[in-house]
Design a protein around this ligand. Structure first.
Ligand code: 2P0
Length: 333
């Protein structure tokens, strides 16, 4: 190998039924399954070029050198893909990695899902391997649990899996992006980066929250409820179980020691506004992740009313509207 290059594009995703907690740290296996929407609006484009003339990895995220820990995480991921693809423990060639998000990373929106999904495909291709979607999902999961879902477009389910080696902890597509015209409106309430990472928040919850066992106990039933509601296009049932899952996830985190609080005043105000809209008959519900942004999920016809309402919530600085997006793919050279 002298110089081999590939570029891949992936979208972020938002979980309706949440992943929160791990059954294995090293293999990054989730303690629960999850169910998500892949978002067309939030896109990462990543190119990987292995070059035998390099004497270290050259990594840039949005044209800047990332911090040491982010760079180490990416180099470790390149090692993993190389070992899997080449079935070897030999030292790999170094690589140049350039990754760009079309959304503000500083807005506290998760970029690890789209980031590791794009990196998995670009790295595999640059190594001249053709990886099946299931293999890509497994690799992406090692980078970040939510990245396993961004391999696929539309509506996606991530399996908890039973195996210790994680071979069955992969995502699959439930429905294509055009199956249901749903929109996700992201109400940005804080442009700063998040204070407690998902990985740390999960660990603290698992280790100290008395509500963690209850969170785990109900997760599978929530997935089944959501899967059935989606199959029937029953928005109301989907809305109820979506809010149930996110509120239970946050309740378990809030009850950790010390409590993990991702919400700010505007987050709470936005959740109330969304509840008010639903009470008035609009098909909309909320979900929140490991940060203060609130995501409203609605049917397409409700989009403008939901956007107007969110824009008026005190503390909401920006609203980003997304539809359902495609899975990871290569960018033609
Ligand atoms: C989710 N989140 O299902 C949940 C809900 C955030 C809250 O997946 O430790 O960055 O890298 O596997 O994937 C974010 O967690 O965590 C996440 P790691 P990740 O979307």
């Amino acid at each position: 190998m002298h110089n081999t290059q590939a570029t891949a594009v992936a979208h972020a995703n938002i979980a309706l039924i949440k992943y929160w907690g791990k059954r294995d740290d090293k293999l990054n296996l989730p303690a629960t399954g999850s169910l998500s929407l892949t978002l067309d609006g939030l896109t990462t484009t990543t190119s990987v070029s292995f070059d035998s003339d390099l004497n270290h990895d050259c990594i840039k995220l949005n044209n800047q050198h990332p911090g040491e820990s982010a760079a180490d995480r990416i180099s470790a991921f390149l090692n993993l893909v190389y070992q899997q693809v080449k079935s070897t423990n030999q030292q790999r060639p170094y690589a140049q990695v350039n990754s760009h998000n079309n959304f503000p990373t500083a807005a506290g929106l998760a970029s690890s899902a789209s980031g590791f999904a794009a990196l998995a495909l670009a790295t595999g291709k640059a190594l001249q391997a053709s990886l099946e979607p299931g293999q890509l999902s497994m690799l992406a999961r090692r980078g970040s649990g939510s990245a396993a879902r961004s391999i696929f477009g539309g509506i996606v389910e991530m399996a908890h899996g039973q195996r210790k080696d994680g071979l069955d902890s992969i995502a699959t597509q439930l429905h294509q992006p055009d199956y249901w015209n749903l929109k996700v409106l992201i109400a940005v309430t804080d442009a700063g980066s998040k204070k407690i990472s998902s990985t740390d928040g999960m660990r603290q919850t698992m280790q100290t929250s008395p509500y963690y066992p209850a969170w785990i106990a109900g997760a599978q039933a929530d997935i089944e409820t959501a899967r059935d509601a989606i199959a029937a296009k029953d928005f109301e049932t989907l809305a109820n179980v979506t809010e149930f899952s996110t509120l239970k996830m946050h309740a378990s985190a809030l009850a950790a020691q010390p409590g993990v609080i991702y919400w700010n005043a505007a987050s709470l105000a936005a959740m109330h506004s969304i509840r008010d809209l639903r009470a008035a008959g609009l098909p909309v519900c909320f979900t929140m992740d490991a940060g203060p942004q609130v995501k409203a999920v609605c049917t397409a016809g409700a989009t403008s009313q939901v956007a107007e309402c969110l824009q008026q919530v005190p503390g909401v600085v920006k609203v980003i509207t997304c539809g359902l997006g495609r899975g990871v793919r290569l960018q033609p050279q």
